[in-house]
Design a protein around this ligand. Structure first.
Ligand SMILES: Cc1cc2nc3c(=O)[nH]c(=O)nc-3n(C[C@H](O)[C@H](O)[C@H](O)COP(=O)(O)O)c2cc1C
Length: 167
């Protein structure tokens, strides 16, 4: 089974979670940014896991990214603009039938989720969801991840593998 984990990440939190999920999956699974996860890389995957950050109560949008870019907060860490939003990546994703799962990173509390939107986008392209969308928590606006979240992401990756093999 080939698995890929695809992420959008401006400050590295979602990238770190993607890396931990890939570790949990094993199988040589790779965590790839939305720029690295070209259609031909995803085309032969049996399991596609994708995630992104929550900005302004929703899965990152090009509008939110534009606003972050135009209005940098004084003293904020520099964002990584090397890759597009996971929404744009999903728009360009060819139709497929592989299994899939979705995750996000966000602050604690009722301030929006992104993973359900990723799950909807993947399913709209024909992919089969094997687990409920999952969120991983940061303790501040730019991170870091809450202690234990990378372990939880690793375990979630292990569970995804089991579920994907059962479906
Ligand atoms: C400008 C900005 C807006 C944010 N808005 C929200 C929000 O509405 N809800 C939320 O749960 N987290 C919000 N966050 C927290 C991010 O979701 C969190 O830091 C995420 O892990 C960033 O992912 P990244 O490091 O992979 O870019 C916001 C962070 C920033 C910088």
């Amino acid at each position: 089974m080939k698995a890929v984990v695809v992420y959008e990440s401006l400050w590295g939190n979602t990238a770190a979670v993607a890396g931990a999920i890939a570790q949990g999956l094993g199988l040589g699974a790779q965590a790839l940014s939305t720029a690295q996860a070209l259609p031909e890389v995803v085309a032969d995957a049996d399991l596609v896991v994708a995630g992104g950050p929550v900005f302004a109560f929703h899965l990152s949008t090009d509008h939110a990214r534009g606003s972050i870019r135009r209005h940098p907060e004084p003293g904020a860490p520099a964002p990584d603009w090397s890759h597009p939003s996971v929404r744009s990546w999903m728009d360009a994703l060819p139709v497929g039938s592989a299994r899939c799962a979705a995750f996000d990173t966000r602050v604690p509390g009722p301030f929006g989720k992104g993973a359900p939107t990723v799950a909807d986008g993947l399913q709209a392209k024909g992919y089969q969801l094997v687990a409920p969308p999952e969120g991983f928590i940061v303790t501040g606006k730019f991170g870091p991840l809450r202690p234990g979240e990378l372990d939880r992401a690793r375990r979630w990756g292990e569970q995804l593998l089991e579920r994907a093999q059962l479906v």
